[in-house]
Design a protein around this ligand. Sequence first.
Ligand code: ADP
Length: 301
Amino acid sequence: MLHSPEPVISVRDLRMRYGTHEVLEGVEFEIGRGEVICLLGPNGAGKTTTIEILEGFRMRSAGEVQVLGEDPARAGEDWRARTGVVLQSWRDHPRWTPRRLLSQLGGYYAPYSTPEVERPVAVDALLEMVGLDRLADQKIVTLSGGQRRRLDVAIGIVGRPELLFLDEPTAGFDPEARREFHHLVHRLSDLEGTTILLTTHDLDEAEKLADRILILADGTIVAAGSADQLARQVARDAEVRWSRDGESFVHSTADATQFVRDLLNQHGDEVTDLEVRRASLEDIYIDLVHAHERPVAEAIR
Ligand code: ADP
């Protein structure tokens, strides 16, 4: 949902070159306040590079980048206090407890508290939010992989960020931890109005969480929109399955509604187990990424 006309993130003609390898070749997008955006793309597409440039951890080769009204390459500590970062994993302080670590890190944000935005988040509330309240006083070294990841997220949000970056936040989560994490993202977005940019390889997760999906491939954003909007960019037939007289049938069609209408008109009550399957986000993603892949022979020439 857009609450303010000023974008939280604005990227124009972003370019990044490592030696002679040009990874980003003119990336452009805007993110509005309160939006949850998933950045998708094949391995090596430049997702982490893009996020690290926006976080102010990596210098870009060229282009204009504004994050919360500032250029992250030059922004100061008060800007950093307004952003939260969840990196791949927090491995330090294994002998500390979650409560002690979050109290310590939260203390750094106290000078940036304002009447509108109280910083840091109270440790007990934070522990409850990420589902670690019962493990608050255990040594971090004893936490499972999923519990540690929740601690990573707690570290990312302890300063009550306006903007949260999550790089593959649910890698290694079991299905239950993943579902709890999805609740947490919805809660941050709906109740706190946090703008969230995350990367994931899990297309189901992207579909569940994202207001908009950005697909990065071949150095640029090749598609952007909600899962439904992306589906409209890819012409894919729907698959209709049904049974009749104990026999199973499957038919691909561009107009599933008309096909089903004709089928029922013709065979009525004899039709059972009717199912219509439309293109999944995975089908759409693979089509979009393949459409923008340079053929290897052409790239070498
Ligand atoms: P993704 O997150 O989409 O997998 P990355 O941003 O990690 O992609 O990497 C994009 C490309 O840039 C890859 O080919 C990677 O090898 C290269 N790359 C990333 N960081 C560096 C670096 N510090 N030096 C040289 N090449 C790098």
